[in-house]
Ligand binder design. Structure first.
Ligand code: ADP
Length: 480
């Protein structure tokens, strides 16, 4: 199949979270299976500066209509491997910046223009670049306008640009909601600014457009597919999602085992596998050192890697700070984001530097070291579309402590409830229930044979993208 992927992030060219990992791994897995894959990304500075893009060819100059203006740009293309081409939609004014969506403090003010431009730039390339897509697969709100602007361009120019469009919701909490006047920038017919179109409480909601106008809608776990049809998790779009209830499927992300695999992980001080865990011990020592803890510590290390946001349950961890102080345990947190959470974690770490460590930055090697060197990985999310770190944890023999929401339900089972099959510990998304799970972690850690059995089961699980990509392939074929 000729498959086009459209997203605002793809590892290793731009990453702020799991979306990048998912798009990168899916594209690679599909390319491996012999499909012709084109990925469209904004021409961010980081992407243009990546070594893969250095010889990128200037393929096409484009003019994108934004309201009554034509805004020029260009498309650059490079191919990092067989069957995979990366197209960058470039316009310095929009994308030659450090961040993807904001400057760390707040979102960029021109995000609506940036991603409307991006979607329309993709359509121009599909129209003029002779790509002949079977499937155009759009990810999250930044690419959500594409299904509708693509069909509109087909109508206007009397061409077929794609047989089917797919829209995947990676996180329904981010919808791309902008003031009504932004609608004019899309140049879509007025009748689409309507309750059955992009209008949403007198504003424009780009994700709503993706949900309504794509031929198929998917999300990233079966549990999240159910949850987003409820008011509790639907973030106001539950009613819209329900209109697609017949088509919506949840396909789990996988783990890119060329990147997240303790047997080959070049970011670790030592490698290991389930048959020989001695390398994990070396990773533990390196983690203790990096965190500034005593090297002879033998008790449980709890790790955490996440964006510091309400979503990730950071407040439940903070509410349990006395647990980490009262017991002979260590806590290592890698994450940045919300300033209040960062400050509270920083204070906690400053008051007990021998037990609690915070690294408040983006640090890819450290994220691998935490997965490898910890005994438990703490992820008590309030909601979690799929979640990657709980899968990485299991692959690295680190027992995940997760809440019973979204993809966490589909990828972890509680070992106290399922003594012969469980691979983690589960709680409800609140501080008291997390406390209970942390206590159970201490009991599990103290029971060495049981801990080892849970660890072996976790490491034996297959989260590879082969499975995930196969599910996407079947979905594409089914749609066609
Ligand atoms: P989300 O997409 O909601 O952020 P996921 O669990 O799906 O959550 O994916 C998060 C990804 O981002 C993981 O690969 C994780 O290791 C990575 N990550 C999060 N925070 C950091 C950080 N501070 N440094 C390095 N990697 C991080």
């Amino acid at each position: 199949m000729k498959i086009v992927q459209v997203a605002s992030e793809m590892f290793p060219y731009m990453k702020t979270g799991g979306l990048a990992d998912a798009v990168g791994a899916l594209a690679n897995a599909l390319a491996d299976n012999g499909h012709e894959i084109s990925v469209f990304l904004p021409g961010y500075r980081a992407a243009l500066e990546h070594k893969d893009a250095l010889g990128a060819e200037r393929r096409l100059r484009i003019k994108v209509e934004l309201a009554d203006q034509f805004v020029s740009g260009e498309v650059r293309v490079f191919s990092p491997r067989r069957n995979l081409k990366i197209y960058l939609i470039c316009r310095e004014e929009f994308f030659d910046r450090r961040g993807a969506y904001g400057n760390g403090e707040r979102d960029f003010e021109d995000n609506a223009d940036r991603f409307i431009y991006f979607c329309k730039g993709v359509v121009e390339m599909l129209r003029l670049g002779d790509i002949g897509a079977d499937v155009v697969h759009c990810h999250d709100w930044q690419a959500a306008l594409l299904p509708v602007v693509l069909r509109e361009a087909e109508r206007r120019h009397r061409v077929t640009l794609a047989l089917k469009t797919i829209f995947t919701i990676h996180n329904i909490a981010f919808q791309g909601v902008f003031p009504a006047k932004v609608f004019a920038r899309t140049n879509l017919p007025d009748e689409l600014y309507h309750i059955d179109g992009l209008e949403y409480y007198s504003q424009i909601n780009l994700m709503k457009g993706g949900i309504l106008f794509a031929d198929r809608v998917t999300t990233v776990s079966p549990q999240y597919a159910k949850e987003i049809q409820t008011p509790e998790f639907g973030c106001g779009l539950d009613g819209v999602v329900q209109t697609r209830a017949e088509d919506i499927v949840g396909l789990l992300n996988g783990v890119d085992n060329s990147v997240w695999n303790p047997a080959v992980d070049a970011l670790l001080p030592a490698r290991y596998s389930s048959v020989n865990l001695s390398g994990k011990q070396i990773c533990r020592l390196e983690l203790l050192k990096r965190a500034g803890f005593a090297a002879d510590f033998k008790g449980p290390i709890f790790g955490m890697v996440c964006r510091l946001t309400e979503q990730k349950g950071v407040d439940f961890v903070l509410a349990n700070s006395d647990f980490f102080l009262a017991h002979d345990v260590r806590l290592v947190v890698l994450g940045s984001g919300d300033k209040r959470m960062e400050t509270e974690l920083r204070e906690l770490a400053a008051n007990s530097p021998q037990k609690i460590h915070l690294s408040a930055k983006l640090d890819e090697p450290m994220s691998h070291l935490i997965e490898a060197g910890s005994d438990f990985f703490v992820m008590p999310s309030v909601f979690e579309p799929c979640g990657l770190n709980q899968m990485y944890s299991q692959v690295y023999g680190t027992i995940p402590i997760v809440s019973r929401v979204g993809g966490l339900v589909d990828t972890v089972s509680d070992t106290d409830a399922n003594p012969t099959t469980g691979t983690g510990l589960m709680c409800e998304p609140n501080a008291a229930s997390l406390r209970d799970a942390l206590q159970r972690a201490l009991l599990l850690f103290a029971d060495k044979p049981r801990f080892a059995a849970v660890q072996q089961r976790a490491m034996a699980k297959d989260f590879s993208w082969k499975i995930a990509a196969g599910a996407y392939e079947r979905m594409y074929q089914d749609a066609l």
